[in-house]
Design a protein around this ligand. Structure first.
Ligand code: ATP
Ligand code: SF4
Ligand code: MG
Length: 441
């Protein structure tokens, strides 16, 4: 009887703890309009002459228990974003809420309790571990910093953590240089997990490791997530790492999120041209497609400078679909399909958001040379299919002319021999009928 009562008490205490935490699927972290501009200063008086707009207006949320993958080319602001949400950096503007609490400008003292809940794993397992400290000291540091005394003492808990991440607990007194890259990253993971965090932000956790070791570390993180109910934000520069482990994926370009969708939707039907380009860079081991022609999209040039990002859509200088509106008007990140947000005037696999604007910019014509024929054909095919669908819905006079264009496009697309320049040229001819001229110089 008394045991039962005790049982109930324990359960009630457990429930109380649980109700404090976000239930699986609930928003754990919410970011609104997040910005980080690093000032550029010059001269004797260190006058500010400009700013690196590393993160330039992010809106997203992280749900409890999920893995959110964040991908994008080097310099697009992924690490800055990671450091902002773990509050290692002070944001220039915007808001960060953790479990409904505004933590945007919390000071050191205010942040202390939150430090336990949010941890970061860094990219470089060589420089992120102090070479003069034993791994026992390194993994035990969070307890000392937070003044936490684990049951059974720090040493025992650290040894338990080492075995959790697959390391020998007897190696407690060894130094980082005695471990391989993969083992060092396990040490970093053990350290991040010491205080049982709710959110772990992992900045390129495996990109410094040998490919053969990468899968092991990713699998370890995956197992730990299940065992410990962790929520992850995993940052990577390409999709090869995050594609297997992420529930949702945010694609970043020059300080902005250009597409945010669940993994399935993103793989089945990416809507942002940049996402499509990133995906084409990752070979898909699909036996059904082994005879398919290569569908690689090579993006021309480097990412423009975040000091003065291009006007309108920041991707317009490299996008094969860019038109005048892309140069002048920034597309908002909109939920075009359930669970799929995208910032593009002419999305893939969806109805055109600016169908009246058909004149390709010069940059787009040049970019098209680097886009595989299949991609251009597929693009034309989807826009034709969407246009046909719309025409079916709309029986008015106007839709008849739309339909004839879409038929043309379909016939173009179905010709398997259509080459890239031809496909681009066919676009141009459609434009000319609109008697518009490109104003891009
Ligand atoms: N402390 C800083 N001061 C000035 N500029 C910075 C600072 N940190 C980052 N930047 C700049 O901000 C931009 C975004 O950098 P960030 O490191 O966030 O990109 P990233 O996406 O993580 O790139 P990578 O894939 O190379 O790690 C870059 O142009 C970078 O040079
Ligand atoms: S089509 Fe326009 S809006 Fe869409 S990604 Fe290309 S340049 Fe940006
Ligand atoms: Mg980085």
């Amino acid at each position: 009887m008394s045991e039962n009562a005790e049982d109930k008490e324990v359960k009630a205490a457990g429930a109380a703890t649980l109700s404090k935490d976000a239930a699986p699927g609930e928003t754990l972290l919410k970011v609104t309009g997040l910005q980080k501009h690093f000032p550029i200063k010059k001269g004797l008086f260190q006058r500010q002459v400009g700013a690196v707009r590393a993160v330039d207006g992010l809106d997203f949320e992280v749900r409890s228990g999920e893995t959110l993958g964040v991908v994008g080319e080097s310099g697009c602001g992924k690490s800055t974003m990671g450091r902002l949400i773990t509050r290692l950096l002070e944001p220039t503007a915007g808001q960060i809420e953790f479990e409904g609490k505004d933590i945007t400008h919390l000071g050191v003292g205010g942040m202390r309790p939150m430090r336990r809940d949010v941890q970061m794993i860094f990219q470089d397992p060589y420089s992120s571990l102090n070479p003069r400290h034993t791994i026992g000291t390194i993994v035990g540091a969070p307890f000392r910093l937070q003044g936490v005394e684990p049951e059974g003492g720090i040493k025992k808990e650290v040894q338990r953590l080492l075995s959790v991440v697959g390391l020998n607990p007897e190696h407690y007194n060894r130094y980082p240089h005695e471990f391989s890259g993969g083992q060092r990253q396990r040490i970093g993971i053990a350290r991040a997990l010491a205080l049982k965090p709710k959110l772990v932000v992992a900045d390129e956790p495996v990109s410094a490791l040998d490919v053969s070791i990468q899968a092991q570390v990713v699998n370890l993180m995956d197992d730990l997530q299940e065992e410990l109910g962790l929520t992850y934000v995993i940052i990577a520069h390409d999709l090869s790492v995050v594609r297997h482990v992420s529930d949702r994926i945010a694609v970043m370009y020059l300080g902005k999120i250009v597409e945010l969708a669940d993994r399935e939707s993103l793989y089945k039907a990416p809507m942002h041209p940049y996402t499509k380009a990133l995906m084409s860079a990752v070979p898909i081991p699909d036996p059904r497609r082994k005879n398919a022609k290569s569908e690689r999209i090579l993006l021309k040039g480097d990412v423009p400078s975040p000091i003065s990002p291009p006007s309108g859509c920041r991707f317009h200088t490299r996008c094969w679909k860019a038109t005048e509106i892309c140069r002048t008007t920034e597309p908002a990140l909109l939920e075009l399909k359930p669970g799929q947000r995208v910032a593009c005037h002419h999305p893939e696999n969806f109805e055109d958001q600016a169908p009246q604007d058909t004149v390709l910019l010069t940059a787009a014509k040049e970019a098209a040379e680097l886009v595989a024929d299949e991609v251009l054909a597929e693009s034309a095919e989807t826009s034709a299919a969407v246009a046909a669908e719309l025409a079916e819905e709309d029986t008015s006079e106007e839709s008849t002319s739309e339909e004839s264009t879409s038929e043309e496009a379909t016939s173009e697309a179905s010709t398997s021999e259509t080459s890239a320049p031809e496909a681009a040229a066919s676009d141009e001819s459609t434009e000319e009928t609109g008697s518009q001229e490109s104003t891009d110089k």
